[in-house]
Design a protein around this ligand. Structure first.
Ligand code: M3P
Ligand code: FE
Length: 309
């Protein structure tokens, strides 16, 4: 699709209980690169093939979870247009000044009815992927550090009112509903998968009786072998693994879910299909949710539904 409007999930600020432990885990076990620290003590990291300054921000806090998730939009004009559309829809926004996050321009912040803080921004410094733009090598040596994810891919968030959230993402922000898990009543939303790109999802929501919960941030790997290698690295480092290696029916991604030392879930995955704008929404009746989550085992893992931060 012609990429306009919202381009991609660009960053997430994750709370960890011990900053040094968190930085060590995200750097050496997952394999991100540290790109900066700010005066608030936050640590900025990126995946090897990302060009922007950072995608993961770690901050130390009393409880784990997500502070906010940010989406990069095409340009400043788009930022103004989308802010006006959000306001016209009835969602108040506030502007966070440029420089509040290192190397990042002004952000438009708003709270969605699921209780999550979402933001849009148009500017973040390009630091490149280290390969240059002239006859680049296909991968950087740092790919082999830890699990070596290519990029931050999507978020799964848990909260109330996800039908209302779906409307905001589709009618205001220009996302498409690629897949939908129906609630037991057969009509309301249990889970919604939303894409602003060619990916099967850039963000997803599951209905849950508490506001603002974080399920996982997902990191893309290039191959199924890399996912299995990530599983080896998890075991070598005694990481708590939740589900997998397996395949989701929803999105067809091949996946492992695991927890960071603070209890925040993350995902390493590969695969999935190309989601073109003319794709019809894929529906999963509630009774097929187990296959949607874990296609080979057909199991609606209890932890998937109940453990969030
Ligand atoms: C993912 C993914 C469900 C599947 C979740 C899928 C809710 O996390 O990355 O595709 O069944
Ligand atoms: Fe996922």
């Amino acid at each position: 699709m012609a990429m306009t409007g919202v381009l991609r999930p660009g960053h997430i600020q994750i709370r960890v209980l011990d900053l040094d432990e968190g930085v060590n885990f995200y750097s050496n076990v997952i394999g991100l690169r540290e790109t900066g620290r700010d005066s608030q003590g936050r640590v900025y990291l990126k995946c090897w093939d990302e060009h922007d300054h950072h995608s993961v921000i770690l901050c130390e806090a009393e409880s784990p979870g997500m502070d906010f998730a940010g989406f990069r939009v095409l340009d400043l004009e788009t930022l103004d247009t989308l802010e006006a559309k959000l306001n016209a829809y009835g969602l108040p926004t506030r502007r966070i000044p440029a420089g509040d996050l290192l190397e990042t321009g002004e952000r438009v912040r708003f709270t969605i009815p699921s209780g999550h803080q979402i933001e849009l921004y148009a500017e973040k410094a390009k630091v490149g992927n280290g390969l240059g733009n002239i006859a680049p090598a296909p991968w950087a040596p740092e790919r082999d550090k830890g699990m070596g994810p290519v990029h931050l891919d999507h978020f799964l968030l848990y909260g109330l009112n996800i039908s209302e959230v779906r409307r905001i993402f589709t009618e205001v922000l220009g996302f498409r509903l690629t897949e939908q898990v129906l609630a037991p009543d057969g009509v309301s939303d249990q889970a919604v998968f939303l894409s602003c790109s060619h990916k099967p999802h850039d963000v997803a929501f599951v209905e849950y009786p508490e506001l603002g919960k974080f399920h996982h941030a997902s990191f893309l790997l290039e191959t199924w072998e890399q996912v299995l290698r990530a599983g080896d690295i998890m075991s070598m480092n005694k990481v708590n693994v939740d589900i997998g290696p397996t395949r989701h029916g929803v999105t067809r991604g091949m996946t492992i879910y695991a927890w960071d030392p603070s209890g925040n879930r993350f995902e390493t995955f590969c695969g999935g299909y190309f989601a073109y704008p003319d794709q019809e929404t894929i529906i999963w009746p509630f009774e097929d949710f187990p296959q949607g989550l874990d296609y080979p085992q057909r199991k609606l893992h209890e932890s998937f539904l109940t453990i969030v931060t």
